[in-house]
Write a protein that binds this ligand. Sequence first.
Ligand code: UDX
Length: 442
Amino acid sequence: MRVAVIGTGYVGLVSGACFSEFGVDVVCVDKDGTKIAALERGEMPIYEPGLKDLVGENVKAGRLSFTTDTRAAVSGADAVFIAVGTPSRRGDGHADLTYVFDAAREIAQYVNGYTVVVTKSTVPVGTGTEVERVLHQVRPDAKIDVVSNPEFLREGSAIQDFMRPDRVVIGTGSEPARAVMRQLYRPLYLIETPILFTTRETAELIKYAANAFLATKITFINEIADLCEAVGADVQDVARGIGLDGRIGRKFLHAGPGFGGSCFPKDSLALVRTAQEAKQPLRIVETVVEVNNRRKQGMAERVIRACGGSVEGKAIAVLGVTFKPNTDDMRDAPSLDILPALQAAGATVRAYDPEGMKEAARLLKDVTWCDDAYGAMKDADALVIITEWNEFRALDLRRVRSLLKTPVMVDLRNIYSPEDVSAAGFHYVSIGRPRPARNRKQ
Ligand code: UDX
């Protein structure tokens, strides 16, 4: 089996590396020569645990290579994966498919023999048909089938998610294409991964519906957290109490500052637009998008309240700026709303993130970037935890207290116990949990 993967972003690079680990010959293509040169030197463009080793081992074994030459990669490939970006189109929130169609036009020029073209990029319903039209327009003679094979991997656990997925979705009406896909995913058959064969449109919609559902679940628990605060209940117990019901499930019920990342915000919005165009509006998803945006914007207010109603002239220590731990990705991270709002209210910000500071420094201005968590706290008036990196879970509270000017801790991920932190002398604010009595009196 020979495979070409067009696009070495998150999905393309991880999929390419994992297919090569399955024993397939993989060539990853990108137009960006600098990126390809770096990959050839073994340098990863993203921080993803385990990826560097996986790529290194498969390059060494001769199963994985990188190139800017689409022709060399595509001609003779059994399958060509399109894994380019589908960003939100500026202005209307539709998925921008420019890169997908550019890739299709290029692939069409170079295919020879029967080739399965697979869209792995998240694309709106109907894109597969459009890709097929473009391919046949450029090469009416080519023997091509177009398959939708959405990818459900999460950043930070991408390799595990690809190698041991809950399911694989393959959308096509063509039996020869199904046979190629079956062959590619054979190692997953062997571990009894459910493989779902559907129509192309259904596969495309499954991906958006999955992301929108998960985004809804998070937004639901975030609103319940706000209600918990108003009525004196504990959102973590509520999440456990409902999550133990097998119909609901315990995952994705962690209340926090609102979801971010490269997928949920963009895909929920794109689904809303698709539904509006189809004259079947998805009112729940529309509300999720709106509530989540407002939530992220409102988080700074929570910090300001914890600081006694004003942060004017105060220094705020921030731990974690990426949209979640184990990634350097800053896309739609809550920190991008929170930090500028604190600065606008007169605060100065000292921040630390284990992997995200390089990218964050481009996006966030006038922040003092620190070498470690404790460095950020020195002489600060409050500590705010935005991203739940493991290294923030067991801070030495006595040391934290001695470094901070005032012992205020705002934990937007509920990684500490209100009792412990209050007992250590902090004014502690978290999400959707009652404050211990001693804290309330302050
Ligand atoms: C997501 C989907 O999980 C994945 O299947 C899809 O392919 C791409 O989008 P990812 O964006 O990497 O993956 O991260 P995920 O772990 O799903 O988290 C997304 C956001 O939701 C983060 O901002 C995270 O902090 C937030 N989140 C997640 C919560 O606030 N609470 C939760 O319970 C779970």
